[in-house]
Design a protein around this ligand. Structure first.
Ligand code: ZN
Length: 280
């Protein structure tokens, strides 16, 4: 019996320098941030969020772009700068069509945001936390302690106003858990949904590992890599807080992705992934 359903949603698109997803271990932050990239060389990628129907609760992973990015559903330079700040606008531009914000899509699935048991923020980069205000009435919004510290440390990378006034609950990874650093958080205490620390791209980044009754699993590895070729060829993304940890995390993603029990292994911004539903 398939008890868990994972809906892959695309909540807008993000436009970045090609060095951001595939810059490699020697990529400078300036290159990854797109300061040296011509506009026509930039690439568009989807921005994903995932709605998970689980017997123990309704979960949302990440929140996509806020409506504030595109008030009229089209590319809006001024609105983006207002929402993200100037430095972030240079690094990533975005747009989100009408009907594509996470709450608009949940509504189509018959879900009210107040009925969400957990919103799991894999990290606080703008393309993951932008829409958090639109799901702020969820029962619990979780972010790792390490990520909150990271966001306070790197003030130009993060836009704290996105989650100001939103009640975020910080959690700690358990030692002797699973993953590349054996640090994870077992959401329901039964191993079915594990938040696995995969630091490197940011200090508090986690992957969501969802395991079904037959031991088959789906790995949502957020920005631990940008597509299948990232883990197949071990290509690091351009933005990192710790290159060695980033490499170790990507190696773990690679190992998990080729395991016979892995049903799907998904990067948040993989251009080859189209919205669909997985039954586990
Ligand atoms: Zn991202």
């Amino acid at each position: 019996m398939n008890d868990i359903r994972i809906h892959i949603l695309h909540c807008g698109r993000v436009c970045v320098s090609p060095y951001l997803p595939y810059g490699g271990k020697d990529c400078s932050m300036l290159k990854a941030a797109g300061i040296t990239t011509r506009k026509r060389d930039r690439l568009w990628f989807p921005v994903s969020a995932y709605y998970i129907e689980h017997p123990k609760g309704k979960l949302l992973v990440d929140t996509g772009w806020s409506r504030e990015m595109s008030p009229d559903g089209v590319y809006d330079r001024k609105a983006q700068i207002r929402h993200m700040s100037v430095p972030l606008y240079f690094t990533n531009q975005g747009e989100i069509a009408k009907g594509q914000t996470v709450d608009e899509q949940l509504c189509l699935l018959g879900v009210e945001t107040k009925d969400l048991d957990y919103v799991l923020l894999t990290h606080l980069d703008c393309d993951h936390a932008s829409g958090v205000r639109q799901v702020k009435d969820a029962k619990k919004l979780l972010v790792s302690k390490e990520e909150v510290v990271c966001a306070k440390k790197h003030k130009t990378r993060y836009t704290a106003s996105m989650w100001e006034g939103v009640s975020l609950t910080e959690f700690s990874f358990t030692d002797n858990g699973i993953g590349p650093f054996e640090k994870s958080y077992d959401l329901f205490g039964d191993g079915s949904v594990q938040l696995v620390a995969i630091p490197g791209h940011s200090d508090g980044l986690f992957a969501v590992l969802v395991t079904g009754g037959m031991g088959k699993y789906v790995l949502l590895y957020s920005d631990g890599g940008y597509s299948t070729k990232s883990w197949q060829q071990l290509i690091l993304s351009g933005i990192a807080t710790d290159r060695e940890k980033q490499y170790q995390s990507l190696t773990w993603i690679s190992k998990m992705s080729v395991n016979k029990n892995c049903l799907e292994s998904l990067a948040n911004h993989d251009p080859d992934v189209i919205p669909h539903t997985i039954w586990l």
